[in-house]
Ligand binder design. Structure first.
Ligand code: BV8
Ligand code: ZN
Length: 244
């Protein structure tokens, strides 16, 4: 990535009116969170795409809870990295900015971001399969099959599994932000999971300038205006933080 690209994108950011940012697992990689498809990929150990499904939970809720308890324990000591922090800092300076994330790790919230659309939910939130109540629960010693104290039914992670619809209100908010944007940054996502992967093209169709930040090209790169190759922890602060 040439510096002129970075400078050009920095000035576009300063001129833009409505910014939307979409993040994926790559923005949390430098915090120590395993990505889904990397060498230490989450899918490797667990074939997570077979476990993050309603069928797997129906078939063996204990195994699915074992997977999520393992991920919660892994995430608990991890902290936001400079990319998360730069986005939180930007939110303080820009009100017409929407952060959309595919990540369920909660690191954007920990970094201080408040206006976040969590497309796939949050691993620290539980939802009751009986009465539907949702609550935040950060305990690392959840029982093997946690049950709701109100109705006795099983809790499940309040995340969107493969084959499940996204919350329509969440999705509508994401579409609205993308359709209103004149600039979209897509950071650290392989662009393989739908419907998140189509948001960049939607922004492009609506006339926004779309830039991707990733270690490498993705199947979506050719549809975008610019691809900056490098680590999110390096590039995002250089892009977003006010010139010193
Ligand atoms: C839906 C929460 C309608 C759970 C997640 C067949 C049957 C059923 C469904 C489908 C099907 N075929 C297709 C589908 C649709 C399916 C889908 O897209 N499947 C894929 C696998 C093809 N989608 C769904 O099911 C969605 N719902 O469509 O509903 C419907 C209903 C019924 C039937 C059909 C359709 C729901 C999808 C949500 C799934 N839940 N997460 C949990 O995590 O436990 S998805 C999960 O995986 C993440 O949230 C994220 O979205 C995705 C992983 O992608 P990335 O974030 O991009 O991470 P990845 O590791 O892939 O890439 C990391 C990137 O970062 C890489 O590019 C790397 O180069 C880069 N990187 C690494 N380090 C750095 C970096 N970049 C910068 N700096 C670094 N340091
Ligand atoms: Zn309940």
């Amino acid at each position: 990535m040439s510096d002129p690209d970075l400078q050009m994108l920095r000035s576009r950011l300063q001129q833009s009116q409505d910014l939307v940012v979409l993040t994926g697992a790559g923005i949390s990689a430098e915090s120590g969170v395993p990505t889904f498809r990397g060498q230490d990929g989450l899918w490797r150990q667990y074939r997570a795409v077979d476990l993050a499904t309603p069928e797997a939970f129906q078939r063996d809720p204990g195994l699915v809870w074992e997977f999520y308890r393992w991920r919660r324990r892994l995430l608990a000591p991890l902290r936001p990295n400079p990319a998360h922090l730069a986005l939180a800092n930007l939110e303080e300076r820009r009100h017409r900015f929407t952060l959309i994330t595919q990540n369920i790790d909660g690191l954007h919230t920990l970094a201080g971001s408040r206006r976040i659309i969590e497309l796939h939910g949050n691993i620290w939130h539980l939802r009751c399969t009986g009465c539907g109540q949702v609550r935040e629960d950060r305990r690392l010693d959840l029982p093997p099959l946690p049950t709701c104290d109100a109705c006795g039914a099983l809790w499940r992670p309040h995340v969107v599994w493969f084959g499940e619809m996204l919350d329509p209100a969440v999705l509508a908010a994401a579409y609205a932000a993308v359709e209103a944007s004149d600039l979209m940054l897509i950071i650290g996502t392989s662009g393989l999971v739908q419907p998140a992967a189509s948001l960049g093209r939607l922004a492009k169709q609506r006339g926004a300038f779309v830039a991707e930040i990733n270690l490498e090209p993705t199947p979506q790169t050719d549809f975008y205006d610019l691809a900056l190759q490098g680590k999110a922890g390096d590039l995002v602060p250089q892009l977003l933080l006010p010139a010193r």
